[in-house]
Design a protein around this ligand. Structure first.
Ligand SMILES: CSC[C@H]1O[C@H](OP(=O)(O)O)[C@H](O)[C@@H]1O
Ligand SMILES: Nc1ncnc2[nH]cnc12
Length: 288
């Protein structure tokens, strides 16, 4: 049975229209999630919504408790995460107001805890295709049905922030690294979603042209927030359109997202750390 998780970014701190809506506090051995999680159903689809920065925008990109957030989603039984992020654009044709379905990432974040595994239980999952192509196709259909201009692929540069990029960095990411969009939060979120075997997709909601564009000057938070608020209405329209496109029942993910931990754990059973294993109870129960 599909259970949809939505992670809302800057400007998207709640969603409307859920039946049996309830803000639930979820305990995680990885710390407190960014906020309580709004659960309910939308047209019969079970859904869990978490504002990534917390209501009131409490967490900075580097203090978001990514592991607690993803562990909490897993504990709630979420099978698919659609993660929504305000992003800058490196492409003229990916204009403010457009949505980009991210399929690749370049991770330039620094020092954020990026794995549930480590000493005492070492695991290596594949991240060659971090986004779930099945989820991306479904979200693309729903976004178009909601009248949103949507680009089907894009490479996301995850920067550390919280400051925006210098002009030289912006040009490097666009011209040398070939990235399409930029933000501060999709990593390590995408890595962690793969480790917990949840199908995952980042939707980049374009708010600005970062600082490379000769006609747009430097990126300003005031302009970003104006576009982010308009984008949040589109994001809510997209969420409303999703249940009509997302099948309720589900077989195995055809791209293997839900089996990412098969053969991934290297530590011998007798050498595993019981404390770490206890913290992995929700994450790796299927294989431990
Ligand atoms: C509001 S501008 C910078 C801020 O917005 C993005 O957050 P999110 O991905 O959660 O929408 C960006 O990554 C920065 O954290
Ligand atoms: N230009 C930009 N750089 C990083 N994060 C962003 N979020 C929105 N716009 C951004």
């Amino acid at each position: 049975m599909t259970k949809l998780g939505i992670i809302g970014g800057s400007g998207l701190y709640q969603i409307d229209g859920l039946e049996d809506a309830e803000w639930q506090s979820v305990d995680s051995p990885w710390g407190a999630p960014s906020d309580d999680i709004l659960t309910g159903t939308l047209d019969g689809l079970p859904l869990a919504f978490l504002p990534r920065h917390g209501r009131g925008h409490v967490h900075a990109p580097d203090t978001i408790p990514f592991r607690a957030n993803i562990d909490a989603m897993k504990r709630l039984g979420v099978t698919d995460i659609v993660s929504i992020s305000a992003c800058g654009s490196f492409r003229e044709e990916m204009a403010p107001g457009d949505f980009v379905l991210v399929d690749q990432y370049i991770d330039r974040t620094k020092g954020r805890p990026a794995s549930f595994f480590g000493t005492g239980c070492v695991a290596h999952v594949s991240l060659a295709h971090p986004a779930c192509a099945r989820l991306s196709a479904v979200v693309g259909q729903a976004a178009r049905a909601a009248g949103i201009t949507t680009h089907d692929t894009g490479t996301y540069l995850a920067m550390e922030g919280p400051q925006f990029s210098s002009l030289a960095e912006s040009r490097l990411y666009r011209e040398t690294l070939g990235c399409d969009v930029i933000g501060m939060t999709a990593m390590p979120e995408a890595r962690l979603a793969r480790e917990v075997e949840i199908c995952y997709l980042t939707i980049a909601m374009i708010t600005d042209y970062d600082s490379w564009h000769p006609d747009h000057g430097t990126v300003s938070i005031t302009d970003i927030l104006k576009t982010a608020h308009a984008n949040a209405d589109k994001a809510r329209a997209l969420v409303k359109a999703l249940p009509a496109h997302l099948p309720r029942g589900r077989g195995p993910c055809e791209y293997g997202c839900d089996r990412a931990l098969d053969h991934a754990i290297l530590t011998a059973p007798e050498a595993r750390d019981p404390d770490l294993l206890a913290r992995l109870d929700a994450i790796a129960a299927r294989v431990l």
